[in-house]
Design a protein around this ligand. Structure first.
Ligand SMILES: Nc1ncnc2c1ncn2[C@@H]1O[C@H](COP(=O)(O)OP(=O)(O)O)[C@@H](O)[C@H]1O
Ligand SMILES: [Mg+2]
Length: 322
C-alpha cells in the first residue's frame, strides 16, 4: 500500500457570526498518496483555504481525524509543522526586503547555520530564476516573481509536503506556466503537493488526483479522466447579439450558464452531449420560442462540464450565474 501524506476523515469546520452558524467544511475525507500532486478544486468561498489552514495546523477543526506527514494533527502539531511547507494565498514575502534577504530571513527562522542559509538562498535564487533580481527589493518584482520568491521561501526548510494555496491566481498565462513547471519539478524530487485552485485547466494539467469542493462538501473525486467520465457529455455554447433573446433562451431551456460579463460574450452554455438528436431537440425548443442564436458551437466534455453538471454553475469568477 502506498503511504499517505495526508489522511483526513470527517473534517468539519463552522464559523459563528451574527447570522448564526456557517458551515464551511461539512465532513470531508481526503487521502493524498506520498509523492503525488493533489488538487482541491473549487470556486471562491468553497472552503479551500480553510482546509489548507486546518491541514497545516493554523486553525483547529471542529471534528475529524487527520494524519499529516505521518503525524496526528491534533496530538503532534509540532511534528506536522516540522514536515510541511505552506505557501499561502496571501504572500509571506516582505516587500521592503530584497529577494535574497527574504530567503536569509527564512533560513534564520528555520535555524539554519549562517553558511548553510546563504548556500540555500543562492541555490533557490538560481532555481527560481531570481539571481538577477536577488538584490532588488521585492516590491519591484512582478507578480510571477513574487510568487516564485514566496515558494522559494517555503522550500528553505526542505519540506516533504507542500501546501500551495491558489499559487497562480492572478498570474498571466506565461507566469502560470512557469509556476506549473516548478510544481512538476518539485514533485519529481519526491515531495507531495497539495494544491488548491479555481482553475480547472490547472488541476487538469498538474494533478494526479482532483477533489471538487463546493460549499464545504466534496462533490466528486478522482483523476481528471475519471471526473470527465462522470458526465455524459459536453455542452453547447449559444451566442447572441442581444441580451433579451439570451435571457429568453435561458427561460425556454430551463438550464444553462449565462455569460454577460462582456458585451462581446453574450453566450449561454447548455449541457448537451452534442449528438444529432440532442442538438435537434435543443434547436426545436429554440425555434418553437422563435429564438435564433447568432452562433452555436459544440464542446466535448472537459472539467468545466463536470462543474457545470454537478453544481449547475460554472467555476469561473468572472462570470455571473443566474
Ligand atoms: N475566520 C472566519 N470567520 C468567518 N467565516 C470565515 C472565516 N474564514 C473563512 N470564512 C468563510 O468560510 C468560507 C470558505 O472560505 P475559504 O476557506 O477562504 O474559501 P476559499 O479559499 O475556497 O475561497 C467563506 O464563506 C468564508 O467567508
Ligand atoms: Mg482561498
Amino acid at each position: 500500500m502506498t503511504n499517505l501524506a495526508i489522511a483526513a476523515s470527517g473534517l468539519r469546520k463552522s464559523y459563528r457570526d451574527k447570522t448564526g452558524e456557517k458551515v464551511v467544511l461539512d465532513g470531508i475525507d481526503l487521502a493524498v498518496p506520498e509523492g503525488t500532486i493533489f488538487s482541491l478544486l473549487g470556486p471562491n468561498g468553497a472552503g479551500k483555504t480553510t482546509t489548507v489552514q486546518i491541514l497545516s495546523t493554523l486553525i483547529a477543526p471542529d471534528a475529524g481525524d487527520v494524519q499529516v506527514a505521518g503525524h496526528d494533527l491534533a496530538r503532534n502539531p509540532d511534528d506536522v509543522r516540522g514536515a510541511i511547507g505552506v505557501t499561502g494565498q496571501c504572500s509571506a514575502v516582505d516587500k521592503l526586503l530584497t529577494g535574497r534577504e527574504n530567503l536569509l530571513l527564512m533560513a534564520n527562522l528555520k535555524h539554519l547555520p549562517k553558511a548553510e542559509g546563504k548556500r540555500k538562498a543562492d541555490e533557490l535564487l538560481e532555481r527560481f530564476d531570481l539571481v538577477e533580481a536577488a538584490g532588488k527589493p521585492a516590491s519591484t518584482y512582478s507578480g510571477g516573481m513574487q510568487r516564485r520568491l514566496d515558494l522559494a521561501m517555503t522550500l528553505v526548510g526542505d519540506p516533504r509536503l507542500i501546501f500551495l494555496d491558489e499559487p497562480t491566481t492572478g498570474l498571466d498565462p506565461r507566469s502560470r506556466r512557469a509556476m506549473w513547471q516548478i510544481v512538476r519539478e518539485l514533485v519529481a524530487t519526491g515531495v507531495t503537493i497539495f494544491l488548491t485552485t479555481q482553475y480547472l485547466e490547472e488541476a487538469d494539467q498538474l494533478a494526479d488526483h482532483i477533489a471538487l469542493l463546493d460549499q464545504g462538501r466534496l462533490i466528486a473525486q478522482g483523476t481528471a479522466n475519471e471526473l470527465k467520465r462522470l458526465i455524459p457529455g459536453g455542452h453547447v455554447t449559444l451566442r447572441f447579439t442581444d441580451e433579451a433573446p439570451l435571457k429568453n433562451a435561458l427561460d425556454v431551456l430551463g438550464q444553462g450558464f449565462l455569460d454577460t460579463s462582456d458585451d462581446a460574450r453574450l453566450t449561454l452554455q447548455v449541457p448537451n452531449d452534442g449528438s444529432v438528436a440532442a442538438l435537434r431537440g435543443l434547436l426545436a425548443q429554440l425555434e418553437a420560442a422563435r429564438i435564433e442564436p447568432a452562433e452555436l458551437s459544440v464542446h466535448t466534455p472537459d472539467l468545466d462540464d463536470v462543474f457545470l453538471t454537478l453544481t449547475g454553475q460554472r467555476n469561473d469568477q468572472k462570470q455571473e450565474t443566474v
